[in-house]
Design a protein around this ligand. Structure first.
Ligand code: DQA
Length: 147
């Protein structure tokens, strides 16, 4: 089983940016932790982070062309603005889990809209970086462990 884990703008600043919302774990350490979790599950994982909307669209399309089985995505602020990311996930028809580190539903009004959610099989919010591993577990369950 192969999964793409895609992170949008400013998520490379984890551990530095607004720790009250996003915690103190650095992006690199988060990647290491999730890679270890995926290894234990026998899941091949491709990590990607970009601050650029079009690059995120390209990566979602790449997931399809490279034969990924599913996507975990935290689109960052593009969650609340991007129809292009919604269309990209719809285009590839891969089971996709939306993850937010913070509890977006308890934050500003402008964070209450998620365009991408309509194309996702599940949304996880407010579980910190654990949310990514939970998203992986969900996809592993959904897709069947023998894949
Ligand atoms: C976020 C929430 C978004 O509103 C914000 O713009 C982010 C991170 C989260 O993980 O909680 O960049 O997606």
């Amino acid at each position: 089983m192969k999964l793409y884990i895609i992170n949008g703008p400013n998520l490379n600043m984890l551990g530095i940016r607004e720790p009250a919302h996003y915690g103190s774990c650095r992006y690199e350490d988060m990647v290491e932790g999730i890679c270890a979790h995926c290894k234990e599950l026998g899941v091949e994982v491709c990590f990607y982070q970009s601050n650029h909307e079009g690059d995120l669209v390209d990566k979602i399309q790449e997931a399809y062309f490279e034969g990924a089985d599913g996507i975990v995505i935290n689109p960052g602020a593009y969650t609340h603005t991007s129809i292009a990311l919604l269309d990209a996930v719809k285009s590839v028809s891969l089971p996709t889990v939306e993850v937010h580190i913070s509890k977006v539903e308890e934050r500003e009004d402008f964070r209450q809209v998620s365009y991408i959610r309509a194309a996702c099989v599940k949304t996880i919010t407010g579980h910190g970086i654990k949310g990514y591993s939970e998203a992986v577990d969900y996809l592993v369950e959904l897709l069947g462990k023998d894949k």
